[in-house]
Design a protein around this ligand. Structure first.
Ligand code: GCB
Length: 626
């Protein structure tokens, strides 16, 4: 029997589980959203945070599991006047005494809560985190609380005072806490809630696990009073030698000197900030070695401004679209890729560490890939850093997935913020080749209006990279000779630079052999990336190529697809679904899926399936010709 993936541990005995689920489901329906109630400081984002001096707050945090949001609302469902569970110890005056972080259990940070405790496996709700830390205040220094990701809605207090609020589960944010931290002992409380909502991004339904919690690094970052909070250092479009940069200095409006230095190239440029705290600089050299998958050359770039001294590792390359071609450094490139979820290999749960990144991108490399689609949301920054070093091109995506509340301005604002945060974090990564704004969204006027705005945001924030989205296609009725035609006709295509397309011939659509009589047409003179195709196989399950769930069936899909894909004249890349099996609450076939989407070329335990080798053979061959 299957239990619905409800918000309480479904490993409870059946009757108890169902009763709790229905009570809890009712309460969820009546709970007003904290998001509406809590308005706090708008968090900023420190670019290149991973190269700054920081004090790690990773480790064991005390937690209170709070399914009824008791720490936030009183019994009349009013926000508590006497404070939330924001204090390390209950108030000595007797307010809110029914909690005590110091006596509560702990969870590891970073880490989703679902994979750390059986009772939290299906949990969707609130957990309060608490951490004590020592701090030495330094003069002329600003202090930021850096949260790599908190899924989904989070609120932070330092020493009982509000630091910031953030919505969106996959992007980093920084709250300034300079005036909240003090000398000696301090404590930090973070509320994290991962309930899915209709107006959220993503919304109610996804095909991946809604891992909750502080899923990435948490640290304190110290900067000078006037410091560099954002910059772009990139090769000029169409050039092989000219680097254009702008640098933004926080607290540095008007006349702050800025220096940009690439010592390996003997290049230095100086300028000073304008009234908006921004300085533009140009550098040029004939000696520049451009970044590419074959030679992922990175240069150490130094930025000096207002007492701040930042270093970054940056690769220089151009990426453009010309007709049906994608040009890397001015030359057509074919993107031999694979899609990846941020699922941790072997141990399960949300991927976040260096080892996870090395395993996932290492497998992609072994497959012969020069490209990965990091689906369906921003992955840990370690992935794009490593992709930079390995020479792996990246499709980077925000979780505008399936259905979204297209007419809701708050939803648009939220998606826009997530996209901005992603671009801000990764715009100086040579590996990132494409911004993707949506996956399999319906063809409606409201969705078109929403996504046009998001595309504009992507272009404004970063005019240097093509914008894409994974679309669905129309299949025309069979021709008399049996040929079927699929047409890329989604009106969104007009606004994109590169078309993405997801298709599942052989899995959701007919048998694998159907691919052999399928032809492709496009209404647009643009490059196409087949951003998904594939089918499920349970690693180690063998049978006839016609038998679903076997490795042979999946292998057959790949063979048939490859033959079809080779015939598409405007195809410029692929990211089949998917590198590794990943957890999904929608996939509950016992003995086969067991809450895993099994379309991986590799199992979650690292076992390569037969299809891996079929794709590898093609990729390694075409690596020679491309
Ligand atoms: C899709 C979705 C992806 C799913 C996949 C599947 O089209 O984009 O998120 O996981 O299909 O396996 O059904």
């Amino acid at each position: 029997m299957h239990w619905p993936p409800c918000t309480l541990g479904s490993r409870l005995p059946g009757v108890l589980h169902r009763t709790l689920c229905s009570i809890f489901g009712f309460l969820l329906g009546v709970l007003p959203s904290l998001r509406v109630q809590a308005a706090g400081a708008n968090p900023t984002l420190l670019v290149n945070a991973d190269h700054r001096t920081s004090i790690s707050l990773n480790g064991d945090w005390h937690v209170i599991v709070d399914p009824y949001n008791n720490g936030y609302y009183d019994f009349r469902m009013q926000p508590r006047a006497d404070g939330y569970f924001r204090n390390e110890k209950p108030d000595s005056s007797g307010k809110l005494v029914e909690y005590d972080f110091s006596k509560s259990p702990t969870l590891k940070v970073p880490g989703d809560w679902n994979s750390q405790s059986d009772s939290l496996f299906f949990y969707e709700g609130t957990i309060w985190y608490e951490k004590d830390f020592q701090y030495q205040r330094k003069p002329h220094t600003r202090t930021f609380l850096h949260i790599g990701a908190a899924n989904y809605d989070s609120h932070a207090w330092v020493n009982g005072k509000k630091a910031c609020d953030h919505e969106g589960g996959y992007t980093p944010f920084d709250c300034e806490v300079t005036d909240l931290v003090h000398e000696g002992g301090n404590f930090l409380v973070i509320y994290v809630n991962n309930q899915r909502t209709r107006e959220g991004v993503p919304t109610l339904n996804t095909d991946w696990w809604n891992y909750g919690g502080l899923t990435r690094d948490v640290s304190l970052i110290e900067t000078p009073e006037v410091f560099v909070d954002d910059y772009s250092v990139q090769l000029q479009q169409g050039s092989s030698s000219a680097i254009s940069a702008w640098i933004h200095v926080s607290g540095g409006a008007g006349g702050v000197p800025v220096t940009l230095n690439i010592s390996e190239l003997h290049l230095t440029a100086t300028s000073s900030t304008d009234a908006n705290g921004r300085a533009a600089l140009e550098l040029s050299t004939k000696d520049l070695v451009r970044w590419s998958p074959q030679n992922p050359k990175l240069y150490e770039v130094e930025i000096l401004a207002g007492g701040d001294h930042l270093k970054d590792q940056i690769g220089f390359r151009t990426i453009e679209v010309q007709g049906e071609n994608i040009l890397l450094n001015g030359k057509p490139i074919f993107l031999r890729g694979v899609s990846i979820h941020a699922e941790a290999p072997y141990r399960g749960g949300r991927a976040w560490n260096e080892q996870d990144a090395e395993t996932l991108l290492g497998w992609a490399k072994e497959l012969g890939a020069n490209f990965v689609r990091l689906a369906h949301y921003p992955h840990d920054e370690r992935m794009t850093r490593l992709a930079d070093r390995m020479g792996m091109m990246v499709w980077s995506e925000v979780p505008v997935y399936w259905m979204i509340d297209w007419e809701n301005p708050k939803t648009l604002a939220n998606a826009t913020q997530q996209l901005r945060e992603l671009i801000r974090r990764d715009r100086n990564k040579a590996s990132v080749a494409l911004w993707s704004v949506a996956n399999e969204t319906p063809n409606t006027a409201a969705r078109l209006a929403f996504l046009k705005k998001l595309i504009n945001t992507a272009r404004t924030e970063d005019p240097t990279r093509p914008v894409t989205a994974a679309l669905l296609v129309t299949t025309l009725p069979d021709a008399p000779n049996g040929t079927r035609t699929k047409v890329l006709d989604d009106p969104l295509g007009e606004y994109l630079d590169v078309l993405g397309c997801n298709e599942y011939i052989g899995w959701y659509e007919g048998t694998p052999e159907l691919a052999s009589r399928t032809k492709w047409q496009s209404n647009y003179n643009k490059p196409l990336i087949m951003s998904e195709y594939g089918g499920d196989a349970k690693a180690g399950l063998h049978g006839a190529p016609s038998e679903r769930w076997t490795e042979e069936y999946q292998e057959n899909i790949y063979r048939q697809q490859i033959a079809m894909l080779k015939q598409i004249p405007f195809l410029r890349g692929l990211s089949p679904w998917i590198l590794m099996d990943f957890r999904s609450p929608r996939r509950d076939l016992p003995g086969i899926q067991d809450y895993y989407n099994r379309k991986g070329l590799i199992s979650n335990e690292g076992q390569k399936k037969k299809a891996f080798f079929v794709l590898q053979e093609w990729y390694l061959q075409s690596a020679v010709t491309h």
